[in-house]
Design a protein around this ligand. Structure first.
Ligand code: FAQ
Length: 330
């Protein structure tokens, strides 16, 4: 049977044909390297993937305040306390930008926060490890923010405009975080034998979890194919992990520390630092909610949310009063 000519197609099939045309136009824009903006047409799946990824990122920034917030009262000097407070505050700000960016995709931040609090949303595995010593503040700034910079510098070129623009400012701040972290590490590495041992112990604990931040290996990353096709992700998880290791090992050597990997070796042909096997069983457990601090982190977020209820109520009442005053004056 001959297919219906377009003008005779039913309403539903005409709509489907329009979607095919819109999708082709969207793909062409992506191929041309154009930025997709909130009011532009986008495939539903693109929108959903971005909401997933951006909201997980925002949650990570906010939960990421907890391990470091734990050390603000115990910073060893006023200078260290000031920079740690500023860093933790910056992470809260990053969460705010990214929640705002996610809202441009038509979701409500309250729903996203609810997903975090009820345990249905993911956030970065790294923040489920405890911070046991002051050296952890240096190592987190250096390795964790360092890993975040490697990931986010590429995300600054992602195809969704609001996310890409948020990344530009966030990366600038993350650079400051990394430098303050590395300065703490370098100071401790040059310090007393006890300080040196403390910072080496911290690197031993945070090295592998930092490599896990980049996500599962490429062969086991269900979202990568689609995200790469849409240029949301411009490099794979393994490519970024390798870049991080290559950038970091010279920094480890510069301060005379080591990483806990007997298989680490330089490959002069590829110019890569090859590393040993990652413990994916540990990663999967942490992502499933069974890491050392998952329950503690969510309990802390829930308590902060409940304790902040009166602030949200006061801000809403104030905004309503302002709006009413404006209406009355008009
Ligand atoms: N932890 O298919 P893929 C920071 C999940 S910000 C937990 O490869 P995708 C700043 C993944 O969601 C750190 N879950 O996924 C800071 C997916 O689950 P789903 C956060 C993980 O999206 C510093 C499943 O596994 N940064 O550190 C992790 O293509 C210091 C399969 O994985 C971002 O979020 C993980 N590590 O690639 C703050 C950056 N990895 O949703 C405070 C933006 C994967 O299908 C202090 N995000 N999963 O159920 C990304 O670049 C990507 O989403 C990846 C994952 C690379 C994280």
């Amino acid at each position: 049977m001959m297919p219906n000519p377009p003008e005779l197609a039913s309403g539903a099939s005409a709509e489907a044909a329009r979607d095919v045309a819109r999708e082709a136009a969207f793909d062409a824009r992506i191929a041309a390297g154009e930025s997709i903006e909130p009011k532009d047409w986008m495939p539903e799946r693109y929108r959903k993937q971005l909401i997933r990824m951006m909201s997980q990122h925002a949650h990570s920034e906010v939960v990421g305040m907890l391990p470091e917030g734990n050390w603000i009262t115990r910073a060893p000097s006023l200078r260290r306390k000031m920079s740690l407070i500023a860093k933790v505050q910056d992470e809260g700000g990053h969460g705010l930008y990214i929640y705002c960016g996610t809202e441009t995709l038509g979701v409500d931040r309250h729903d996203l926060v609810e997903q975090l609090l009820n345990g249905t949303a993911k956030y970065s595995s790294i923040f489920n490890y405890p911070t046991l010593s002051w050296a952890d503040m240096g190592v987190i700034g250096w390795l964790v923010d360092g890993a975040a910079i490697v990931n986010q510098t590429i995300l600054a070129k992602t195809s969704y405009g609001p996310y890409a623009r948020a990344m530009i400012r966030i990366c600038k701040e993350e650079n400051f975080h990394k430098r303050q972290g590395y300065e703490i590490v370098a100071t401790l590495a040059k310090g007393t034998p006890a300080q040196r041992a403390m910072v080496q112990d911290s690197v031993n604990r945070f090295w592998w979890p930092s490599l896990m931040m980049f996500g599962p290996s490429d062969t086991n990353s269900p979202n990568s194919g689609e995200l790469r096709r849409w240029k949301v992700k411009r490099k794979t998880n393994d490519e970024l992990r390798q870049r991080f290791v290559n950038l970091t090992i010279p920094q480890v050597q510069a301060v005379g520390l080591t990483v806990p990997d007997p298989d680490l070796a330089y490959n002069a042909t590829t110019e890569d630092w090859e590393f040993g096997a990652i413990d994916w069983a540990e990663f999967n457990e942490v992502v499933r909610g069974n890491g050392p601090c998952n329950r503690e982190r969510i309990a802390a977020r829930r308590a902060a949310h409940d304790n902040g209820q009166w602030v949200r109520a006061a801000a809403t009442a104030h905004a309503e009063k302002q709006a009413q005053n404006k209406t009355e004056a008009a």
